[in-house]
Design a binder for this molecule. Sequence first.
Ligand SMILES: NC(=O)c1ccc[n+]([C@@H]2O[C@H](COP(=O)([O-])OP(=O)(O)OC[C@H]3O[C@@H](n4cnc5c(N)ncnc54)[C@H](OP(=O)(O)O)[C@@H]3O)[C@@H](O)[C@H]2O)c1
Length: 306
Amino acid sequence: MVQGVNLAGSFTLPGSSRSVNRMGYGAMQLAGRDGSKVVWGPPRDVEGAIDVLREAVASGVNHIDTADFYGPHVTNQIIRKALFPYPGGLVIGTKVGARRGEDGSWIPGLSREELTGAVHDNLRNLDLDVLDVVNLRSMFSVHQPAEGSIEAPLTVLAELQQKGLIRHIGLSNVTPAQIAEARRIAPIVCVQNHYNLAHRADDALIAGLARDGIAYVPFFPLGGFSPLQSGTLSEAASRLHATPMQVALAWLLRRSPNILVIPGTSSINHLRENLQAAALQVPAEVLADLDAVSRQDAAIPISQHE
Ligand SMILES: NC(=O)c1ccc[n+]([C@@H]2O[C@H](COP(=O)([O-])OP(=O)(O)OC[C@H]3O[C@@H](n4cnc5c(N)ncnc54)[C@H](OP(=O)(O)O)[C@@H]3O)[C@@H](O)[C@H]2O)c1
């Protein structure tokens, strides 16, 4: 267990008294794989997955990201098995708006029936009466934000919130226009988009959300299915006596105070390494070199499956 680790300070969700440590954990990697179907079925080592979750929480992680379409259902069921009854202060964020095809594909699931069913699936599989954070996952394009109105699905989530099934609403894979549209319908506490050292389309968006006190939760913080590789990152890591993944996380935590990181791993050793990144000091000149990575060709193909 990583003891006494500073988890990068805390962030209070807007309009709420819920605070989370900025270093969190993303649970998607806990599901299995079946040939070309990723995030599918149970993992090879269920006990190992349970150990990762328990160690994360014992080390102070109090923000876990999940979805019932991971597995499907598998990741939430493992979270419940590992952590129920949940410790006070743990915030589990989930996502609705997608479902899985039998071929492992990611399909829009944004009708009233699908969204309501997904909220109830999450409640049942996590064994909760109310979900802390539910992100509406936009699906106009599976791999990147694309314009289109999210009024209808967000209205359904706002109704479920009014019924007491959801505490906070967030958005995922969205454009600034969709965020503005959503905020006219319901308070939005967080935005979860693809962002990392090499993929920085949301730089201006992050600054705008920071001004409004809204959390930005980058998915694929380490590059996702194709972990980040860059000469600059490796050089920075060797200067700082750290690993490239630790430097990539430390850079994110320094980028903006509203960034909450949720690195995903199925490995206890990687979990420990990632948590230690919260305490890594990165001198200004190294940050400047890292800031330049996205402008170089060092940025690496990043496969996107969700
Ligand atoms: N909203 C969305 O559309 C969306 C999309 C994707 C993901 N997410 C969420 O974001 C979370 C994070 O994304 P992600 O898990 O896909 O990608 P990620 O955190 O960028 O990277 C995970 C990958 O990096 C490896 N890894 C982790 N720590 C490492 C370390 N210290 N050294 C070397 N390799 C390491 C993992 O393998 P090992 O298991 O071997 O460590 C895994 O292959 C997910 O868990 C999920 O909750 C959301």
